[in-house]
Write a protein that binds this ligand. Structure first.
Ligand SMILES: [Zn+2]
Length: 289
């Protein structure tokens, strides 16, 4: 499932092409209503002739901001992909909708036709992703519901510790809660907890200030490294140009079967289920308390 580094990678690959381009039309694909939360006619009418002024990310959400202030919000869910394509290339299966755009600047011939038109396609095998339009108030309300960005330098460890010390849930459960921190999912929660030496089932209200300082530092390291590596591709994830990430080769514990030697102490890794999700950890390097 795409988490902060994957969504940020998609943003970085799409932004140079999308920003400044104008939406010419929206195209229906297979069952757009499975993905699109707005009625088709409303959506198609609202996006037409809008110039894209920015492509923003908040947590795991991407937002194409139009020159009228409306944002086209995209959540990739489990297997959603945004993909640039030449208008002459037929859609793959599971393409639910597409935008036809016209670039102001010349684009390579593999991407755009002679009139500088190209496509942005949304495809999603499992259809857990969502697309919708938001007015500025709707966008602000969404941002307010989400916790701070873990890479935001304004977020400090004492503030995070204050927010955690009243929680009785496990730290793993808290890290997956998008209202505590935005953008973290199973992969980067497991990796950061391992690197911080914290057991995933450790209760938040038992963490010391130093524990939280270490955890925030390791979260930032792992997220930054993963962005540099263009994200983690376990199965489906691709960037906006169709390329996989490479952070899967650097994962230390996430997804490893129980019994795999710990990369730090060589003892066997274990798996535990927390909040319905599997967590991999080392019982020696991540003691329960
Ligand atoms: Zn270990």
């Amino acid at each position: 499932m795409p988490e902060l580094p994957e969504v940020e990678t998609v943003r970085r690959t799409l932004a140079p092409v999308l920003v400044g381009a104008t939406i010419v039309a929206a195209l229906r694909g297979e069952h757009p209503e499975d993905i699109l939360l707005d009625p088709w006619q409303f959506f198609a009418r609202r996006v037409r002739r809008r110039r894209i002024v920015s492509l923003d990310r908040r947590g795991k959400f991407l937002a194409l901001r139009g020159d009228d202030g409306t944002r086209l919000l995209v959540h990739l869910g489990m297997t959603g992909e945004l993909r640039l394509a030449h208008p002459g290339v037929p859609p793959e299966r599971h393409c639910h909708l597409a935008l036809v755009l016209r670039s102001e600047r010349p684009l390579p011939a593999v991407l755009a036709d002679r009139r500088q038109r190209f496509l942005l396609r949304y495809q999603d095998v499992r259809r857990f992703g969502r697309v919708r339009l938001l007015d500025p108030a709707g966008w602000e309300a969404l941002c307010a519901r989400l916790g701070p960005e873990p890479l935001d330098p304004d977020l400090d460890a004492p503030t995070l510790w204050q927010r955690l010390r009243t929680r009785r849930s496990s730290i793993k459960t808290a890290l997956l809660d998008q209202s505590l921190l935005a953008g973290i999912g199973n992969i980067y929660a497991d990796e950061a907890l391992f690197r911080a030496g914290l057991h995933p089932a450790r209760r938040c209200d038992t963490l010391s200030r130093a524990d939280v300082e270490r955890l925030l530092a390791e979260l930032r390291t792992v997220l930054s490294e993963a962005i540099e590596a263009a994200g983690t591709t376990i199965r489906d994830y691709r960037d906006g140009t169709g390329r996989p990430g490479s952070y899967q080769f650097r994962l230390r514990v996430y997804g490893k079967p129980a019994g795999t030697p710990c990369p730090r102490c060589d003892g066997p890794l274990e798996r535990v289920r927390l909040a319905g999700r599997s967590s991999t950890y080392c019982p020696r390097c991540q003691p329960p308390s």
